[in-house]
Design a binder for this molecule. Structure first.
Ligand SMILES: [Zn+2]
Length: 397
């Protein structure tokens, strides 16, 4: 075992930017480079902390994915490299590939494997005691299923890493998903497993992909009770979102007592995000990581692997949200302060309209939600219903 390092590790190489569908596609990993530049401008990320991801092996992918599916992704990579633009490939549709959400692109197998390898490297570094906290922003591809791509996700890096630490280190894993979309892929893969608790807070699936993540999805068989979903109403704002998240996390921790936390940090619950209907501000992207860090310090000896996820306002939201996550991971105090001018001027060239100049959102730009009280009440009722089973298990406090 190597000498333990106290510094968190940031997994990155320019190769992760090649997970790229096409110019008009909302999923764009340029946001990771923008985050890294922002952190470097501020002096919060030093070269010493950066490690390049490795490739995952087929054997590792097989921990959660079907062989037939992996072969289909490999074939799609080749076919895509040879076909003309706009050419349809319906033979891949049963695998969720070549769809509008997850179109083919050359070399897609290798690029997806690199995202998995980054998360696996993080899991290894933590499990071997080399560091306590790792961030792989290229990961968080939580919608991928065992035999099917879905919602921009080809391989499920979160699920592969969870199964890896289960088998190699016999750890109990708490998976926390803070993306605005339900973490369905991870949930279904571990739905039967009482050694993996999946906790997802998200916008209700009534009008949003993937449509699942109801409070009554609690696991099955031996895994019953090891799954918690908090589907909040559209236009939910910071206070109600955080109230649900904090109480949900507290109940999960009392019930489950994990050995490691793996958290997904999609940042598409922000009011600027173009794909969802939530009204969160940057404050939730400080508070949620703080609560997760505290949970790790209390329950897992600090072991915390964080990954990226959704986030489609790649200039105004994602770099700040992921930058704040990294600051929390590094115990850098988060203040209401300005972003560096050199970074802002580079970003402004890409955005029509004003770009936020501070780390946190200013009061006057927050949306006014006329139904706020009604939404908060609905979320309170949802939370009560969602937590009833866990509260029965741990008893009154
Ligand atoms: Zn999302």
């Amino acid at each position: 075992m190597g000498r333990p390092t106290s510094k968190p590790i940031f997994i990155y190489s320019e190769a992760v930017l090649n997970y790229f569908f096409h110019d008009e596609h909302p999923f764009n990993q340029k946001r990771i480079a923008l985050t890294k530049q922002l952190l470097e401008c501020c002096g919060f990320l030093i070269p010493d902390q950066v490690r390049a991801p490795r490739m995952a092996t087929d054997e590792e992918l097989l921990l959660v994915h079907d062989r037939e599916y992996i072969e289909a992704v490999k074939k799609a990579s080749q076919v895509s490299g040879q076909s003309s633009p706009g050419q349809e490939h319906p033979e891949f549709h049963p695998f969720g590939l070549g769809t509008e959400d997850t179109p083919l692109f050359p070399d897609m197998h290798r690029q997806a494997v690199l995202a998995v390898g980054g998360t696996l490297l993080g899991a290894e570094l933590i499990a071997q005691g080399r560091t306590k906290r790792v961030l792989n922003l290229a990961g968080g591809l939580h919608h991928a299923q065992r035999g099917k791509a879905s919602g921009f996700c080809i391989y499920n890096d979160c699920a592969v890493a969870i199964e890896y630490v289960r088998r190699q280190y016999d750890m109990k894993v708490l998976y926390i998903d803070t993306d605005a979309h339900h973490g369905d892929g991870v949930q279904w893969i571990f739905y039967h497993d009482p050694h993996v608790f999946t906790f997802s807070i998200h916008e209700t699936g009534r009008y949003l992909y993937p449509g699942t993540g109801h409070v009554n999805e609690k696991g099955i068989g031996e895994g019953y009770g090891y799954c918690l979903n908090l589907p909040v109403d559209a236009f939910t704002q910071d206070a109600s979102w955080l109230d649900c998240f904090e109480r949900g996390l507290e109940a999960v921790l009392q019930f489950f007592k994990p050995d490691i936390i793996i958290s997904q940090h999609g940042c598409d619950a922000h009011f600027y995000d173009p794909l969802t209907h939530l009204a969160g501000s940057m404050s939730i992207y400080v508070r949620m990581p703080e609560l997760i860090k505290q949970a790790a310090e209390t329950y897992t000896g600090g072991k915390w692997l964080a990954v990226g996820g959704g986030g489609y306002d790649i200039y105004r939201v994602v770099p700040r949200a992921w930058g704040l996550l990294w600051m929390v991971m590094n115990d850098v105090p988060v203040k209401q302060g300005p972003l560096p001018e050199s970074w802002l001027s580079a970003v402004r060239a890409h955005v029509n309209g004003p770009v936020p100049a501070l780390w946190l959102d200013e009061e006057e730009v927050l949306p006014v939600i006329p139904r706020q009280k009604e939404i908060e009440e609905k979320n309170r009722l949802m939370l009560k219903q969602a937590l009833s089973y866990l509260r029965q298990q741990v008893g009154p406090h």
